[in-house]
Design a protein around this ligand. Structure first.
Ligand SMILES: CC(C)(COP(=O)(O)OP(=O)(O)OC[C@H]1O[C@@H](n2cnc3c(N)ncnc32)[C@H](O)[C@@H]1OP(=O)(O)O)[C@@H](O)C(=O)NCCC(=O)NCCS
Length: 173
């Protein structure tokens, strides 16, 4: 005999904060992002010296969302200090609940506190919904990029990426 479904709802307490070393292995999301192990380790070195910032959304001591900030883009001579948001993601089953929006606001707040004037973000041209989200949050397209980059995966193999993208920016002042 089929059992009746039992439905209940719960409140989730989510904390936004900079990454701590204990979060690093958990960023692999049980295998989904194991290939980025070296990338995360290198990013963490730069996080420690203030060149980058790894921000996470934490639920029950587990990072269920993240956004990284590149703080040193070589634009330091420029009048407008720019910070670059990237590697934004939220676990699939928790998408569409406002966590990504809050991560973006939290990243922008971190830039404002460091006296940055402009936030930049890129969206793969195939990722229409991400671009729509950024435009809703005040970003506008200023250009495009071929999106060619490479990384070394956890097996030591170099992986080539090609993801043409839009580049968007937002004035934080
Ligand atoms: C994009 C992403 C970080 C947004 O986080 P989120 O918590 O789902 O976002 P919010 O709930 O605050 O806002 C919802 C909006 O995000 C966008 N969005 C939702 N799911 C998405 C998905 N799977 N992929 C891309 N964008 C998505 C949409 O614009 C959505 O608005 P809509 O429902 O009106 O279409 C998240 O969906 C995600 O991790 N997607 C997969 C990875 C990705 O595309 N990262 C961005 C790289 S440029």
């Amino acid at each position: 005999m089929a059992q009746q479904a039992s439905i209940f709802s719960i409140n989730l307490m989510i904390t936004l904060r900079p990454l701590v070393p204990e979060d690093l292995p958990k960023l692999e999301w049980y295998g989904q992002y194991t290939h980025f192990r070296n990338v995360y380790a290198r990013t963490y070195e730069e996080h420690c010296i203030g060149r980058r910032l790894m921000l996470v959304a934490v639920l029950n001591n587990f990072p269920i969302g993240q956004v990284f900030l590149h703080l040193a883009l070589g634009h330091n001579q420029e009048k407008h200090k720019r910070g670059y948001l990237y590697a934004l993601r939220v676990m699939e089953h928790l998408q569409g609940l406002g966590i990504g929006t809050r991560l973006i606001h939290y990243a922008e707040q971190n830039l404002i506190e460091r006296d940055f004037e402009i936030a930049m973000i890129s969206a793969a041209k195939t990722n229409i919904r991400a671009r729509q989200l950024y435009e809703r949050l005040g970003y506008h397209v200023i250009g495009e990029d071929e999106g060619r980059w490479q990384y070394m995966n956890h097996r030591g193999e170099v992986v080539q990426m090609h993801e043409p993208c839009w580049i968007l920016e937002k004035n934080l002042r």
